[in-house]
Design a binder for this molecule. Structure first.
Ligand SMILES: [Zn+2]
Length: 455
């Protein structure tokens, strides 16, 4: 029979299935709730925090959800975690399957028969590889969308999924051959240093894009002063307490276009392109004191230049992980190259191996970047509390209430697992944030506030 080398089809498939099995076991361990947050709440406490729809004026002692919301939040959390780990292992398994079947070898032989130059060959091998790879990933993506539409609020519908899949497929069909040609040219030129050149050029492109030369971040939203001039003045007054001048036009309002999208706020950009964006539904859900905290948290990101620091940190981390990916690719080649029929990294057959090496390091890179951002979020929460200190009667309570409402609206689970969270989220859990907020009090102990110095 043509195509395969006549081996038992269950051979590679069983390896493939066992990887998925490990993924599922792994997930079970990760997603089991942490002991630290077990929900042994007293009835009195439940009474205090029970009806959180009206929690705007209630006392908050920890992040709690009404039973029905908790059930939905738990379902959402478990599915999101499962799909994340499933996707990582599925991509991994698809690439191993590719290598095991030596498909790219067949593509290479065919291309070498058709074209004498590497340039000509690239236009035969790379799009063919991309097409097959996308088709193999399609079942996973359909499943992710199916589950998302069912259990994860805010997931766009099938029509928009078809458009976005088509868009990424077509743009990948154009971009992937260009990128792959660039990588192979770099490998040919510098077999040991190609990863550095690749990392530096990727960083250059992303910094140009992120700096807002190509897209003005936040400019797609209208100025907050148009609908809420009083809130703009209030935010500027709060910022002035720490001698921060925020131009009116840097404060934007994002209207909730999708009814399912939960209330939010964020700070983005750097230099003259810094923006604070508040979502219209956050303004609708929070009272004045709670909004003061949310705005002050964003002023914290703005004042402490968090978006810029994040870009710089990610650049360094990306290059570091580019090196890790390169070393892993070299190890894979040494260990499995002969079995998979890959003579060297310059050969077209190394395409799935390179992708495998970088797919493997990406989740760990994500963890490092998330950990850094978690720290920024803690700083912004502390900064926010310091900025509103003395302006409202109970700042810690208002801050906890704000997070309780935002967490409930976005169905954030109250018993999430910290190890799974560091893979899944760029924010610490609401449970931990509320815990920190309620205990943050640098004034009582005679210490100095960390960020907003009293004058
Ligand atoms: Zn934040």
């Amino acid at each position: 029979m043509s195509g395969t080398s006549g081996r038992n089809t269950l051979g590679p498939l069983s390896g493939y299935l066992s990887i998925l099995g490990i993924a599922i076991v792994f997930f079970g361990w990760f997603a089991s709730p942490s002991e630290a947050y077990s929900s042994t709440t007293s009835p009195a406490l439940n009474q205090l925090t029970g009806e959180t729809r009206t929690s705007s004026s209630k006392s908050v002692v920890s992040y709690q959800l009404p039973p029905e919301t908790e059930q939905k939040a738990r379902r959402k959390y478990l599915w999101v975690a499962f799909l994340y780990f499933l996707s990582v292992f599925y991509e991994f398994a698809v690439l191993v399957f590719f290598l095991d079947r030596k498909w790219v070898q067949k593509m290479r032989d065919r291309a070498e028969g058709l074209y004498a130059t590497r340039w000509g060959q690239s236009w035969s091998v790379i799009p063919r590889f991309w097409l097959t790879y996308c088709l193999l990933l399609l079942p996973l993506e359909v499943f992710v969308q199916y589950v998302g539409a069912k259990f994860v609020p805010g997931t766009p519908g099938w029509v928009s999924w078809v458009f976005s899949w088509g868009y990424s497929f077509v743009s990948g069909l154009i971009a992937f051959p260009i990128l792959a040609c660039m990588i192979y040219a770099l490998i040919a030129k510098s077999p040991r240093g190609w990863w550095l050149y690749l990392g530096l050029s990727a960083e250059l492109i992303s910094v140009v894009v992120l700096s807002g030369l190509a897209f003005g971040t936040g400019n797609e939203f209208f100025a907050l002063r148009l609908e809420h001039p009083e809130l703009v003045t209030h935010i500027q007054k709060l910022a002035a307490r720490d001698q921060v001048q925020i131009p009116e036009l840097d404060i934007r309002e994002r209207s909730a276009m999708e009814p399912a999208s939960p209330p939010n706020a964020y700070a983005s950009g750097f230099g003259s392109r810094r923006r604070i964006v508040i979502w219209a539904n956050a303004i609708a859900k929070l009272n004045a004191d709670q909004m003061s905290f949310v705005a002050s948290h964003e002023i914290g990101h703005y004042r402490l230049n968090h978006p810029l620091k994040m870009v710089l940190f990610s650049s360094v981390v990306s290059i570091l992980f580019m090196f890790c990916g390169y070393r892993f690719a070299v190890w894979l080649l040494r260990r499995w190259g002969e079995v998979w029929g890959i003579p060297n990294l310059r050969d077209w057959t190394s395409l799935p191996l390179l992708l495998l090496a970088f797919t493997a390091v990406t989740p760990i890179q994500g963890v490092v970047e998330n950990a850094y951002q978690w720290n920024q979020e803690v700083q912004a929460d502390e900064y926010g509390l310091e900025l509103i200190h003395g302006t409202i009667p109970a700042p810690n309570l208002a801050a906890a209430q704000a997070l309780q409402i935002l967490g409930e609206e976005s169905l954030e689970y109250n018993h999430s697992n910290t190890i799974a969270d560091i893979f899944l989220s760029d924010h610490p859990s609401i449970v931990n944030r509320i815990k920190l907020i309620l205990s943050y009090d640098p004034w009582q102990k005679g210490r100095q506030p960390k960020f907003v110095k009293e004058r």
